[in-house]
Write a protein that binds this ligand. Structure first.
Ligand code: GRG
Length: 295
């Protein structure tokens, strides 16, 4: 699909801020700094920070007031990818079209890179140049911790690791993805709403949108593992199959997974209809991009 023009505008804003936040929160160790920069800045679609900025904007807030929150999500995401690729986890050599962190550097540096990116995510939410009240900053830290830790993404990863080689029901697969991928995507919207002071009705509709979007993101990821080629998707195609991982395609077949994707997209759009006072055009475009993306 053609990327909407606002993607490039957000991307430039996000990349400049990521680089600045890296400088403001990182280390005096040159090798670690290089590995953090490599893992955070080279490649990636920036879906989570874009969602955060687009949510804040839909609620009438200038994107500058949500940039720290948006970037904290990308720091967490980058850490999760570095650790996910390690030999003890998925043992992948290719990420975002380039060597994974432990291949480009070494395993110990990759572990430390993930650790440092994770703590920097929380550090940057506390910076003085983040123009939000202390209570909003605290709420953002709590939201990010719950979404990324042992009740969120890390729990999803633990369920995923224990599921390899086992038969999972569709319900169990969904539960795993809602945590592993879904929680951070939901958080992107919740954190954007926190920066934009949304009312409870809007937050509920946005959360439902994000929940469907998070699953749609994963369904498309599973489809791409089967239909994509390694060069286009930027990681090893067929990796899920090779690891005998349960996926939407293995459970529903390719056609069934594509139907599921279409239905989740419809759910995203219908949730946004409840936000009658907001311009949700960017959130709609992001949902369309997620289901049509080729990498
Ligand atoms: C190691 C604690 C820990 C967690 C890892 C998110 C995750 C949990 C692992 C990533 C493995 C994976 C490929 C999951 C499928 C969905 C997903 C998160 C894909 C990568 O996200 P994109 O497509 O990546 O947004 P880019 O490179 O565009 O940023």
């Amino acid at each position: 699909m053609n990327k909407p023009a606002f993607f490039d505008v957000y991307r430039a804003e996000i990349d400049t801020a990521l680089s600045r936040f890296l400088d403001q929160t990182s280390t005096s160790d040159a090798r670690l700094t290089n590995a953090m920069r490599y893992s955070l800045l080279l490649g990636g679609k920036r879906i989570r920070p874009m969602l955060c900025l687009a949510t804040a904007k839909a609620l009438g807030t200038d994107s500058n007031k949500a940039l720290h929150a948006a970037c904290s999500l990308e720091f967490i995401h980058a850490y999760s990818l570095v650790h996910d690729d390690l030999p003890a986890m998925d043992d992948d050599a290719l990420r975002r079209g380039q060597a994974t962190c432990h291949i480009a550097f070494d395993e110990a540096t990759a572990i430390l890179t993930g650790d440092a990116l994770q703590t920097s995510a929380f550090h940057l939410l506390t910076l003085d140049d983040f123009q939000q009240s202390d209570s909003v900053k605290l709420a953002l830290v709590a939201e990010l911790a719950q979404a990324s830790g042992g009740r969120g993404m890390v729990l999803g990863q633990a369920i995923d690791l224990s599921a390899v080689g086992n038969l999972l029901s569709l319900e169990d697969l969904e539960h795993m993805h809602q945590h592993k991928t879904g929680k951070l995507i939901e958080s992107a919207v919740v954190m954007g709403a926190l920066c934009g002071s949304a009312n409870t009705t809007s937050v509920d509709a946005l959360k439902k949108y994000a929940k469907a979007l998070g699953l749609a993101f994963q369904v498309q990821d599973d489809i791409l593992d089967v239909t994509g080629d390694t060069q286009t998707i930027g990681k090893s195609a067929g990796a899920d199959k090779a690891l005998n991982k349960p996926t939407y395609v293995s459970l529903l077949g390719l056609g069934g997974a594509q139907d599921k994707l279409a239905s989740l997209y419809e759910t995203c759009l219908s949730c946004l209809e409840d936000l009658t006072d907001s311009d949700t055009s960017e959130l709609k475009a992001i949902a369309q991009y997620v289901i049509e993306r080729e990498h």
